[in-house]
Design a protein around this ligand. Structure first.
Ligand code: AMP
Length: 320
């Protein structure tokens, strides 16, 4: 995840919650991608603080640093190194087609070339570790597709080098929408007080945002005719609770929207309150986060360096 803005329930339900679920089934590496953050200007002091905040949020969500590696991208120089090598096999047209680039660059007068290169750096983050599976929200599916294209192109030019990774999306919660506008993805950078529930929002603010969520003109929940706002509220509830589709229908069919919102707010607060408590405990332990991040980087750097070495050999670069 990028250490920018405030992590919200979309980040949690689309990605973080599933990381916790699968952390003992795979050898997992969870990265805080600060090099991605600086594709648009970041205040340096704020960026520094955000990196630790994200690390603490990973831990508060239940990522176990003894079972997995939590690390910061810029602490392992191989990310930037491999990114250059992959840049050289990536046609510009592939990058210009990326939906996220079109969205982000359209809003700016002058576009830094890092914004265009963003998905190549992401491919490097993944291919460096020969990752088999990348668990992400739906908005990253296109970047994963590109990662596979880059890996395959490199493999066909230079011989089998990279594992071609798969994408893992959650069954529910892969795309949480804005509460103020359910036609737009919930996003860290969107303006507006009623858009997102941030993971560190106080309970009263969480309730207020959810109670103000945009719904539709129907009086009550009808699963066959629900508009996007109601479907989004149901998805939030189901992603938190883990209820089956049948249980959701039994609970919510015919429920008035005010009551639906109250139940979604209760469910969200019930999950986020203990989460926030753990966050405060973690952030108040001097030296703990720095230690977790140092150990994470030390554990993964040899894997990353081995891949860079292999890529250099394959490309005929100087290996000494
Ligand atoms: P980012 O905000 O780009 O740092 O995203 C971090 C992770 O959260 C990625 O795996 C995204 O796919 C996921 N994510 C971001 N926004 C949402 C959303 N609205 N719904 C579900 N997943 C999301």
């Amino acid at each position: 995840m990028q250490p920018t803005g405030n992590l919200h329930i979309g980040n949690y339900l689309g990605a973080l919650k599933n990381w916790v679920r699968i952390q003992n089934d795979y050898e997992c590496i969870f990265c805080i991608v600060d090099l991605h953050a600086v594709t648009v200007y970041q205040d340096p002091a704020a960026l520094r603080r955000k990196i630790e905040e994200i690390a603490a949020l990973y831990l508060a969500a239940g990522i176990d640093p003894t079972a997995c590696s939590i690390m910061v991208q810029s602490a392992v120089p191989a990310h930037a190194e491999l990114s250059w090598m992959l840049t050289c096999v990536t046609p510009i047209g592939w990058l210009e087609r990326m939906t996220q680039f079109k969205g982000k660059s359209g809003k700016q007068e002058s576009v830094g070339s890092g914004l265009l290169q963003y998905p190549v750096l992401m491919a490097a983050d993944i291919l460096l570790y020969q990752a088999g599976i990348v668990p992400v929200g739906e908005d990253q599916a296109q970047h994963l597709e590109l990662t596979r294209d880059i890996a395959q192109r490199f493999n066909s030019l230079y011989g089998e080098t990279f594992v071609v990774p798969g994408t893992s999306l959650p069954a529910v919660g892969a795309r949480i929408m804005g509460l103020d506008d359910p036609t737009q993805k919930m996003s860290k950078s969107a303006a507006g007080q009623n858009h997102a529930v941030a993971l560190l929002d106080p309970p009263a603010a969480i309730r207020k945002t959810i109670m103000r969520a945009t719904t539709d003109s129907n009086p009550a929940v009808d699963f066959d005719n629900a508009g996007p706002g109601v479907l989004n509220l149901l998805a939030i509830y189901q992603a938190f609770s883990g209820d089956s589709d049948e249980a959701m229908k039994a609970r919510f069919t015919g429920m008035r929207y005010g009551d639906l919102k109250k139940q979604v707010a209760d469910m969200t607060v019930a999950h986020l309150e203990p989460f926030q408590q753990r966050y405060r405990e973690i952030i108040n332990q001097p030296g703990y986060l720095a230690n977790v991040l140092r150990q994470g980087a030390a554990r993964v750097a040899p894997i990353a360096n081995q891949t860079v070495q292999l890529v250099k050999e394959r490309m005929g670069l100087y290996v000494g």
